[in-house]
Design a protein around this ligand. Structure first.
Ligand SMILES: [Zn+2]
Length: 352
């Protein structure tokens, strides 16, 4: 249940405004509107980051892709309907800016996104290649830059609150010089690099439990000795050419929830003790679900909620801050799976 509302101390609010690292100018939007006016109401309330701009809608064109572009709002609405958060509790991020993107992405790649054919290839929607750039930027890329800003904010807030959850992001197929698999911006490496260069973290561990290998994140991390990745993925899925990783755990199609959870229960403590990270970024894909049309793992909704709670519990037990992002999931139930997992975490840790 929702903790009793206690107004946030002014100092906490001020810190949040500064979480974007640019002070008041960035905290106020173009029209002087506050971009993230919602302080976390109590220091013990897990920050949940969301912006109405997250949803990808392009007058029906988005239905050409199996990804549910409206799942972010559905999760947001479910958390409210379940009494876990009120509308004003969500923390709104600013979209990531061009300078921040260049921390990880090459200028050539960022420029190439203006080519509709390249963008249509990354987004797996050939029809988008026929639309003007401004339209695709407005309806698809801006939502993704907002989600990426959300991942950076979630990592900042995780360092202060122990846990923070972004209701988006997890574009783990995006690399420094190319995007793929519906992933344009490498939000997780961008967030890690931002905090690393600010001196707020010295090591990071990404825990990638999406059904596909996080090949983009892994490729970026190869030249970052301070960044590691533990990745449980279905071996026979895209990407067929896998990237080297610190803790790769390829698993076969047909793996059950019991077997999967056992693997996480053994592998995550080992990775945490080996890396001793200052921050865990949890890529909580919902596509290991048994009815996901693009994968063949056999986890139930209950198994997936248990998995999310397990990751949160194992990191909290070791006092490692954890930022959770959503990543892939293509079943109609994807939003419900995320809502269930987040409910489990909020119920257990909001007051802990
Ligand atoms: Zn996936």
């Amino acid at each position: 249940m929702r903790p009793a509302g206690i107004p946030a101390p002014t100092a906490l609010f001020r810190r949040q405004v500064d979480y974007h690292g640019t002070g008041r100018a960035r905290a106020l939007g173009r029209q002087g509107r506050r971009l993230h006016p919602n302080p976390v109401r109590t220091p013990t309330m897990i920050p949940v980051i969301y912006h109405p701009r997250y949803d990808i809608t392009a007058f029906g064109l988005e239905r050409l892709h199996p990804f549910d572009g409206r799942k972010y709002r559905r999760i947001h609405d479910a958390l409210i309907a379940r009494g876990l958060r009120s509308r004003s509790d969500f923390v709104r991020p600013a979209p990531v800016g061009p300078d921040e993107l260049r921390r990880v992405h090459t200028p050539e790649y960022l420029r190439s996104l203006r080519d509709p054919r390249i963008l249509a290839g990354i987004l797996e929607m050939p029809l988008l290649g026929r639309l003007p750039f401004w339209f695709v930027d407005w309806r698809v890329l801006l939502p993704m830059r907002s989600c990426t800003g959300g991942t950076i904010l979630a990592c900042r807030l995780a360092l202060d609150h122990g846990i923070a959850i972004n209701l988006g992001g997890g574009y783990h197929h995006a690399a420094a010089a190319c995007g793929d698999g519906f992933c344009v911006y490498a939000d997780t490496p961008l967030a890690a690099a931002t905090l690393y260069h600010e001196g707020r973290i010295k090591t990071v561990l990404v825990v990638d439990l999406d059904a596909n290998q996080g090949n983009g994140t892994a490729a970026i991390f190869q030249s970052w000795p301070w960044a590691s990745i533990l990745d449980v993925y279905e071996d026979d899925l895209y990407p067929l050419a896998k990237q080297p990783e610190d803790f790769p755990i390829p698993v076969p199609a047909g793996l059950t929830g019991v077997e999967y959870l056992e693997i996480v229960r053994e592998a995550l403590p080992h990775a945490l003790e080996t890396v001793r990270p200052d921050l865990v970024i949890y890529n909580a894909g919902s596509d290991p679900y048994v009815d996901d049309p693009l994968t063949r793992l056999c986890l139930s909704k209950t198994d997936l909620a248990e998995r999310d709670l397990l990751v949160a519990t194992l990191t909290r037990e070791r006092k490692v801050p954890m930022a959770m992002v959503l990543s892939g999931g293509y079943s109609r139930e994807s939003w419900r799976i995320h809502a269930d997992g987040i409910e489990a975490i909020l119920t257990r840790f909001d007051r802990a």
